[in-house]
Design a protein. Structure first.
Length: 411
């Protein structure tokens, strides 16, 4: 069979390798001058290539497409990824949170491993070749257009990625191909990114990182996101850091008019315990000011805005605060609210949420339900997961699942 893979990222390289290993002729087209440009910048240049969890533990971190990817992550899981890279001479190591990295801490080694695997399997790689169109007749795909020329193929695999960090080559071409072929697209939106807040307070707090806090998102009174205890950073236009990134994935498809964010600045203490602590602090502070009291409870930069929110004067003596205001302080420490205005732009989003409508794809082989010889793999699909190595693993798992539809003609 003559197979075309469009895109030389994580999913495309893995898929091309697996199909070529079965004896098929595989051509991989990459629009950039080199392969794996996005992989190169992953994990801050170290590439968190998978997460050493499997099954339900892995699935807990998948946001969209949980059911759809279940079979794929069983067929090719993180252990298989680790073995794959060991076999091509790239040993991996497991770190905190089961995050898996190359032992060398170099993302370039992951790319080298995939390139080597393709070379050994006999994949033909074409660089600087943006595919312009996928060709079809009524019932099947017939090939592609590249450099204005038609090339005929028995099967075409779209592995063009999402639309985030477009400078790496993922500019949403896969969505255009899919639409032209009558597939529907779930609107792509940025995810795993900063959250914009229309409030000058964020600019005042910019540079501040809150440690050991919790972030929650509520939509019309119902929690749609509740983080574990972790880190949250302020940037001049909103919230960033690990908690904000995770939160963005849960709220990215919501109407922001109905969403509010709540920071719990003291997640290990109940309101009652906090009230008692405030009373104790006040006794210890004797005749000192409210400002001194608040400085015991939060970073200094937050003190003035915090006091403003509950309408207390910073110069007032702490021991003159009445019961109601003491309760207000405790309550605000547990419920510091912001209204999100939007998410950050695609240029800075780690992942795209949305993509090819999963209802139109058979998850057994990642095959289109509209054309028998068309496949979609990786981030171009409407699947996404949290940070921790899950997204690259999803790219590999969907790639190998697609390859399993091709017969082994070698033996
Ligand atoms: C800054 C950053 C850090 C990240 N860190 C991690 C991490 O540590 N761990 C993790 O699991 N995930 C991480 N991710 C997410 C992860 O990189 C992606 O989910 C993953 O690369 C998706 O793989 P893919 O093959 O679907 O798409 P991509 O890797 O984006 O590959 C798509 C390829 O297709 C090519 N292409 C597009 N259109 C065409 C066309 N018309 N013709 C030819 N070629 C085309 C592109 O140039 C690109 O090379 C990170 C993402 C970013 C942006």
């Amino acid at each position: 069979m003559k197979v075309c893979v469009i895109g030389g990222g994580a999913s495309g390289m893995m898929c091309a390798t697996m199909i070529a290993r079965k004896g098929h002729s595989v051509d991989l087209y990459e629009k950039n001058e080199k392969l794996g440009k996005k992989l190169y910048i992953t994990g801050k240049g170290r590439c968190n290539v998978t997460n050493a969890t499997v099954g339900d533990e892995f699935l807990k971190n998948v946001i969209n497409g949980k059911k759809f990817v279940m079979g794929a992550i069983t067929r090719f899981n993180s252990k298989d990824t680790i073995n794959f890279f060991e076999d091509v001479g790239i040993p991996l190591k497991v770190e905190r949170g089961n995050r898996v990295f190359p032992e060398s801490d170099k993302s370039s080694d992951i790319i080298k491993g995939l390139e080597k695997a393709m070379r050994w399997a006999g994949v033909n790689v074409f660089l600087n070749k943006p595919v312009q169109k996928v060709l079809s007749n009524e019932s099947e795909i017939t090939g592609i257009v590249v450099d204005g020329e038609e090339k005929l193929y028995d099967s075409v695999i779209v592995a063009t990625g999402g639309i985030s960090y477009p400078a790496t080559g993922s500019t949403g071409d896969g969505y255009t191909f899919a639409k032209d072929l009558n597939h529907t697209i779930i609107e792509p939106v940025p995810a795993l990114c900063a959250i914009k807040i229309n409030d000058t307070e964020c600019a005042k707090f910019s540079g501040l990182t809150l440690k050991n806090v919790k972030l929650m998102a509520k939509k019309i009174g119902r929690f749609i996101f509740e983080s574990d205890i972790g880190e949250l950073s302020f940037i001049h236009y909103g919230l960033s850091g690990p908690l904000a990134l995770s939160c963005s994935s849960f709220i990215c498809r919501e109407d922001f008019r109905y969403v509010k964010l709540i920071i719990d600045l003291k997640p290990t203490l109940s309101i009652e315990t906090l009230e008692n602590r405030i009373d104790r602090e006040i006794v210890e502070l004797k005749a000192k000011s409210v400002s001194s009291l608040l400085e015991q409870l939060m970073p200094k930069v937050m003190v003035s805005s915090f006091a403003q929110r509950i309408g207390i004067s910073l110069s007032e003596k702490a021991n003159q605060l009445n019961k109601e205001n003491r309760k207000k302080i405790a309550k605000l420490l547990k419920n510091y609210e912001y209204l999100p205005s939007s998410l950050d732009i695609f240029e800075t989003a780690i992942i795209t949420s949305g993509g090819i409508n999963l209802k139109e794809i058979n998850p057994k082989y990642m095959k289109s339900k509209l054309y028998n010889n068309l496949y979609f793999i990786g981030e171009v699909l409407d699947i996404d997961a949290l940070t921790g190595g899950y997204n690259i693993q999803l790219a590999f798992s969907t790639a190998v699942t697609c390859a399993s539809d091709f017969k082994d003609i070698k033996n």
